[in-house]
Ligand binder design. Structure first.
Ligand code: NAP
Ligand code: HSE
Length: 436
């Protein structure tokens, strides 16, 4: 492989030397010749930035200039592409990205929070400056889902986007089932694997996955990024008991995102769901992500791969860098930012069966009161079980229901009515069952 020796190198300024940043350094150092051949020109880091210049990063950074201030890095004369892998939707990540675009630099970022909050303004700034703003690494780690949606499926009207897009949550949920270990032990394992966000509540609260869903929805439906309208629920309320009961009924619990455009508007939700254990989504293990794309002409596409970690995320960053080196230019969200429509947010309304778990006072008539609430809300019961006593406190009863299809609004109404019966010992858990 050889590259025209006179070809001008593409010079990167790398802001962030953590899991992703060091992954980018390692790929570039290991595969310089291959990457240059694919890019048609040498690709090289010229300068880097992070908080602590003295930290041992287990990588040779001696050939790169050090900038204390990421904004200064973004403006450097010898930087063509600003690679932002620091994180955070305000502060240095936002300031430096805006500075880079103002200075006419291309930007590659892995930062879904930044784009979920400021994607429209940043896309408009990039397009006005005639530079690229790329974010393959921001959604589903190593899976090339942004490229698939913007390029591979450009000929389709997208009907639905679905997926498991947070490696931390999937790791915790699957390992809870496999090992019977508690949440805290598994959370620590995720930290060791480099899956966690700097603020891990973004992961377990469903927010990080919601950011990713909002970015995919913008591309899929030609709308402005609308993260605030995503219905969000994390995995904090899911217990080992729920995981075991779901397994006994042939299901697994996943933090599942669904976005679709209905006649009422754009539905976006990221919530725990039961999915059939034998389905592709049910089979998804550990930090793996899966994205399902449905187009009118292509039908269904399923993409599966590592959603987090050093190698997969750096792989996606490098794909964007090489596209820039090759001279590919696309609107940030597939169509020009000024033409993206303002979406009308719609609450998800498609009926589905639900799993309900509740702890009741173990006294005559308690169960009848709950069944009456369901009946009065128009919800039909498919299965009902009372769990044997050793799982419950002395005078409590744990009861599980699987309903026939019910609308989210009817379930919400029934949950409110349960509270009024006076027989609940703690808040009930309601999880939608998706037949995916
Ligand atoms: P990380 O390991 O915490 O690394 C963050 C890096 O940014 C560190 O080197 C840190 O410097 C630097 N940094 C933070 N604040 C800074 C500031 N104010 N000024 C200069 N440097 C600063 O994070 P990461 O996991 O690599 O994630 C980086 C980005 O990629 C985030 O947006 C994240 O959401 C996204 N992402 C991560 C993954 C993943 O698997 N980890 C996957 C996809 C996307 P010090 O090292 O000196 O502290
Ligand atoms: N914290 C994220 C996850 C990293 O666990 O999926 C990848 O975006």
């Amino acid at each position: 492989m050889s590259v025209e020796p006179t070809a001008a190198p593409l010079r990167l300024g790398l802001a962030g030397l953590g899991t992703v940043g060091i992954g980018v350094v390692r790929i570039l150092q290991r595969e310089a010749a291959l990457l240059s051949a694919r890019a048609g020109r040498p690709v090289a880091i010229t300068a880097v930035s992070a908080r602590d210049p003295l930290k041992n990063r287990d990588a040779d950074l001696s050939g790169y200039a050090w900038e204390t201030d990421p904004v200064a890095l973004a403006r450097r004369e010898d930087v063509d592409v600003f690679v932002e892998v620091m994180g955070g939707h305000e502060g240095p990540a936002r300031d430096a990205t805006e500075a880079a675009l103002r200075a006419g630099k291309h930007v590659v970022t892995a930062n879904k929070a930044l784009l979920a909050h400021h994607g429209q303004a940043l896309a408009e700034a990039a397009e006005a400056a005639g530079v690229a703003l790329r974010f393959e690494a921001a959604v589903a780690g190593g899976i090339p889902v942004i490229k698939t949606l913007t390029e591979g499926l450009a000929g389709n009207r997208i009907k639905r986007v679905m997926g498991v897009m947070n490696g931390t949550c999937n790791y915790i949920l699957t390992r809870m089932e496999e090992t019977g270990q508690g949440y805290n032990v598994l959370f620590d394992e995720c930290a060791r694997l480099g899956y966690l966000e700097a603020d891990p509540n973004l992961d377990v609260g469903g927010i990080d996955a919601g950011h990713k869903l909002a970015l995919l929805a913008a591309i899929a439906f030609g709308t402005r990024v609308s993260f605030d309208a995503v219905e969000l629920e994390g995995i904090g309320a899911i217990s080992l008991d729920d995981i075991r009961h779901a397994a006994e009924m042939g299901y697994r619990i996943k933090l599942l995102g669904v976005a679709q455009m209905s006649g009422r508007g754009l539905e976006q939700r990221m919530t725990p769901c039961l999915v059939p254990a034998r389905s592709p989504l049910g089979q998804l293990q550990g930090g793996t992500n899966m994205v399902v794309l449905e187009g009118d002409s292509v039908g269904q596409i399923v993409m599966r791969g590592a959603g987090a970690g050093e190698g997969p995320t750096a792989s996606a960053v490098m794909a964007d860098v090489i596209d820039i080196a090759r001279g590919f230019r696309l609107p940030v969200f597939g169509i020009p930012a000024r033409d993206l429509a303002e979406p009308v947010a719609a609450r998800a309304a498609t009926p589905a069966p639900y799993y309900l778990r509740m702890r009741l006072l173990d006294k005559p008539g308690a169960l009848a009161k709950i069944a009456t609430c369901l009946g009065e809300a128009g919800i039909s019961i498919d299965q009902m079980r009372q769990i044997n006593q050793e799982e419950a406190e002395d005078d409590d009863a744990i009861v599980l229901f699987v309903t026939h299809k019910a609308s989210p609004a009817d379930i919400e109404h029934a949950l409110g009515e349960f509270e009024r019966t006076g027989v609940l010992v703690e808040a009930p858990v309601a999880i939608r069952i998706e037949q995916v």
